[in-house]
Design a protein around this ligand. Structure first.
Ligand SMILES: C[S@@+](CC[C@H](N)C(=O)[O-])C[C@H]1O[C@@H](n2cnc3c(N)ncnc32)[C@H](O)[C@@H]1O
Length: 299
């Protein structure tokens, strides 16, 4: 606890959902992600953790799970998700840093991280936190931005891009925005006791000209036909991986008391109100349906 972790890419106050998805001409990307998720998600499950849930764009796609915890560092993103999905026993809204998850061990039998690893300067640490809170055998669906994609390879060969798409290290193309090499991601997952079960390549036709001139339904269909090639080659800008939590952890089941103190690691008790850590005395706020486990000095 208290370990120094990389800075968080802030979405506080951002209109990301409206600007990028609703007004940004991204129907194709949304459609092909929905197809990939449908192919990778188990038909049922108990408790899903959605890391970097944002405004909850993907949350309705997790219908097979009894409960979903939406975790995001941005409170305003979660407010949008809450306004869209409503307050109920089904959804838990948690403002927290993915590097410091406020959950007890072995809690979730499902987890997703879509368009979020993209912002992690220390992906290994982030994935180790995911593994810690997952049940043995749980399914983790990870999307990552692939640095070794057709466009970046072409740009590199034409001399229009300096960084090498074939080298294993991540590339930070803008502050706190990273693209990863597929081989490195496989290594990070294995290092954290995840066994990779399936890979799908997604968004093969993410090119303005194609999106403008070919109907979304047709482009999505073509993408859907190519997604399966991800098992043996990954050259699309986005890759979805289905991994299973392996190794040592206990097989746990969701319980009522699920949180733990982010400052000192002590288990917390209670639900639906502010939570006070019995060990270090930190008070974690619960307001308007959202738990806040962000360390105040980092805000
Ligand atoms: C590009 S958005 C994706 C949102 C959603 N997954 C989607 O696909 O629509 C990335 C999200 O990750 C969140 N995020 C970035 N770094 C984070 C961190 N360290 N801990 C928790 N959330 C983080 C941001 O606040 C933002 O909502």
């Amino acid at each position: 606890m208290g370990k120094q972790t990389p800075p968080v890419c802030s979405y506080e106050g951002s209109d990301y959902q409206q600007r990028f998805w609703e007004a940004g001409g991204r129907d194709y990307e949304d459609a092909v992600e929905a197809i990939a998720l449908k192919r990778l998600l188990p038909s049922d499950g108990k408790f899903m953790l959605e890391l970097g849930a944002g405004a909850g764009r993907n949350t309705p796609r997790y219908q097979g799970y009894d409960r979903v915890a939406l975790l995001d560092y941005s409170r305003t993103q979660l407010e949008q998700a809450r306004d869209r999905l409503g307050l109920s026993d089904r959804y838990l809204y948690v403002a927290a840093d993915a590097y410091h998850l406020p959950f007890r061990e072995s809690l979730f039998d499902g987890a997703t991280m879509i368009r979020t690893l993209h912002h992690m300067a220390d992906p290994v640490l982030a994935l180790s936190e995911v593994r810690r809170v997952m049940n043995l055998g749980g399914v983790f669906i990870l999307e990552f931005a692939n640095k070794r994609n057709f466009k970046s390879i072409l740009r590199y060969w034409l001399g229009k891009q300096k960084w090498n798409p074939f080298s294993k290290e991540p590339v930070e193309f803008a502050e706190l925005n990273f693209d990863f090499h597929p081989k490195s991601i496989r290594g990070y997952l294995q290092e954290n006791q995840f066994t990779i079960k399936k890979q799908l390549t997604v968004s093969h036709f993410r090119v303005g000209f194609l999106k403008k001139n070919i109907p979304t339904a047709l482009l999505s269909k073509l993408d859907s036909l190519l997604q399966w090639t991800g098992s043996f080659a990954q050259y699309s800008p986005s890759v979805f991986t289905r991994a299973q939590a392996a190794g040592e952890s206990e097989k746990g089941l969701p319980v009522d008391d699920i949180f733990r103190c982010v400052s000192c690691g002590t288990d917390l008790e209670g639900f639906g109100h502010d939570l006070t850590c019995p060990s270090c005395g930190t008070i974690w706020e619960y307001r308007d349906g959202i738990y806040d486990f962000r360390i105040k000095s980092n805000l």
